[in-house]
Structures are given as C-alpha cells and as structure tokens.
Design a binder for this molecule. Structure first.
Ligand code: SF4
Length: 350
C-alpha cells in the first residue's frame, strides 16, 4: 500500500532552545506564531486540501512537524491532536505522527498524548556524541536521547531518529557511531540532514569568525552514502536525506554555507549505488564486457547518476564498453546484481 504524510508545520512554537544551527522560521518560510484558533483553522484547511490530492488506497498520516510538538502549550497540543483524531475516527487518515526533542517525551507528556491515535514519534537526535551536542547547545545528552527512544518504544510508538552531519565538533566517526547506536536502539526509520549554515544563527556567526567550516558537497555526499549503506544493511528505512527545499530556503542570502543542493538526496543515493556496483564488479572482473546491472524498481536514475557519472566511472575503472541498467521487483533498498554479462559468457576473463 502507498504511504503519505500530510505535514502541518508548527514553527518554533514552544521551543525555548536555541540550537546553534536552527532558524526554524527560515527553514519553514513562516514568521510568527499565530493564535490557537488560527492555527487550528489553518491545519484543518491544509488537511482538507491535502486529502483531495491523496488517493483513497493510500495509508496516510497527519504529521505535526517543526518546533517541538510535545513541548508546545498542552491546550494547543491537545487541540491539534483532537483535530487529527477526528480524521482518524472518520477513517480518512490512519494515524498521527509528530516530531519533537528527546527531552520532551517524559512520562507526563506521553500520558497526555496516550489517548490520541499517535503512531509515530520523530526525535531530533542530531548526534549521539555528547561533545557534539554540547557544541550545538542542544541542552540534552546522548543518554537522554537513547532513554527517550526506549521510553517511546516501550509505549508502542514507532520511532524515527533524525540525525545531522557536519555539526560543530562532529567527525565522520561520530556520525557513523550515531547511526550504529540508533540502529542498536531499535529505531524504525531515520532522516539524515547535512548541516546548512542559515542566516541569523549562531552557526553563521561562528562561520564568519572562522570557528566553523561546513562540509563541502562532496564530503556530505560521501558521508551520507556511507550511512545509507549502513542503514540499508540493518534494514532501517531512510525516509529523507537533506532538508526539503522551501521558499524560505530558496531566498537569496538564506543559506550562507554548507552542502545545499536541490538534488542532494539523489546525489547521495547515486553514490551509494556506485559503491555497491564497484564492489560487485570487483568480484565479477568483467574486463571489457557489456554488463547489465539490475536495481530495485524506481532506482535507475540513482544507479546511472547525474549526467551518467556513475556509469562513466564504472566503465573507466573496469574497462567496460557499456553498462545497461534494468529494474526488477525482487530487489529492495540498495541491493543490485549483475543479470547479464555477454562478453563474460562468450569469453570469461582470466
Ligand atoms: S530544539 Fe528544534 S526547533 Fe528548537 S531550536 Fe533546536 S532545532 Fe530548533
């Protein structure tokens, strides 16, 4: 069955924190925090509009994103949950999802949301290195995040871990360890966000003072590709790579640094496929052959790469003339295989 979210953004509402990288108003393209009635009316209108575009055979969730949903005023939180619950009760959506911080899912707030049909909680973990969390002024520790995941899983929620790459003080070893610990903690899915330097953030000031250097596009693509491979092997779905481009982000002068690219996810997926193909072909030693590589459905463009970069690199490295890419239903994730290798059949390499 197809799946879809109806995202409702509640910008910065209830968030007293000031993480060094965050400027929610810029990310979401929204300024100010309207009154409860206005927020509710807007949310209802957005849900109704979205439902007209979603086919009835889609499993659909109402998703409260932005800010820290379980940290907003209890009356507003329950009003928004009540609104979404109406749609679940009417069978128009299947459940509710919300995003929040690891230190905002204590037992008291979880008791409050328990009567509502919330199925998934997304946690802004960002890093599981205390040194990185401290440098980012997150205001919670790695242990808080792991305890939050355990508490949510214990109450039966699906948990999505959101992590960031290229944060201050963060090395790739920290990021890989964060991914490994998220897997070990039993998250159901993840989102990966390379750090962008947004205007009017502490990170922008640090960059201007020469105290922070963002990742280059190539570094970020390489690190993300490695994590995609890791999560795929652990069977943990990656729901998204890179921030969604909003009008706010597109405004000139908004993104001051970092790996901002409209097709960042595609680049990282392409790199992951390239590495899988490289490994596979090393075993095959095709040696001048014409090769056909099978990929999961819908992944041809990621395997080929932008401007056919992946195919050119593979042909150059292994001395092949052509590589054809086909899709087959039985492959999932980043699994690929060679289904046809004519030269090898006629004249095996030695
Ligand atoms: S907790 Fe979330 S919304 Fe609040 S400042 Fe940090 S990143 Fe932004």
């Amino acid at each position: 069955m197809k799946r879809a979210n109806i995202p409702i953004f509640i910008p910065h509402r209830g968030c007293p924190n000031a993480c060094v990288f965050c400027n929610q108003h810029t990310i979401l393209g929204v300024v100010g925090t309207p009154a409860l009635e206005i927020l509710l009316a807007r949310a209802r209108a957005e849900i109704e509009t979205a439902l007209t575009t979603i086919s009835p055979d889609t499993m659909c969730e109402i998703a409260y994103f932005g800010g820290s949903f379980t940290g907003i005023e209890p009356d507003l939180m329950e009003a928004l949950l009540g609104l979404a619950a109406e749609y679940v009760a009417a069978g128009r959506v299947s459940s509710i999802r919300c995003s929040t911080r690891p230190d905002y899912v204590g037992d008291a707030v979880l008791d409050r949301i328990a009567p509502y049909p919330v199925g998934t909680v997304e946690l802004g973990v960002q890093s599981l290195s205390d040194a990185v969390l401290f440098a980012c002024r997150r205001g919670h520790t790695a242990e808080d995040a792991l305890a939050a995941i355990a508490r949510l899983r214990g109450r039966g929620y699906a948990v999505v871990g959101q992590m960031m790459l290229g944060l201050p003080n963060s090395t790739f070893a920290d990021e890989r360890e964060t991914a490994e610990r998220l897997i070990a903690a039993g998250v159901d899915a993840v989102r990966i966000y390379p750090t962008l330097v947004l205007q009017e953030t502490q990170l922008a000031d640090r960059m201007a003072q020469g105290k922070y250097s963002p990742l280059s596009l190539d570094e970020a693509v390489s690190r993300t590709a490695d994590l995609l491979d890791l999560f795929d092997q652990a069977d943990v779905e990656v729901l998204r790579v890179g921030l969604q481009e909003t009008d706010g982000l597109r405004e000139p002068g908004t993104v001051l640094g970092g790996p901002c690219h409209p097709a960042f996810g595609e680049l990282a997926m392409g790199e992951c496929f390239y590495r899988r193909a490289e490994k596979l072909l090393q075993g095959e030693i095709p040696c001048g052959a014409d090769v056909t590589i099978a990929v999961p459905r819908g992944r041809t463009s990621a395997m080929i790469g932008q401007k056919k970069k992946n195919l050119s690199r593979l042909c150059a490295k292994f001395g092949m003339k052509t590589i054809k890419v086909v899709e087959i239903d039985t492959l999932l994730g980043y699994n690929i295989k060679i289904v046809h290798n004519r030269k090898e059949e006629r004249n095996p390499c030695i």
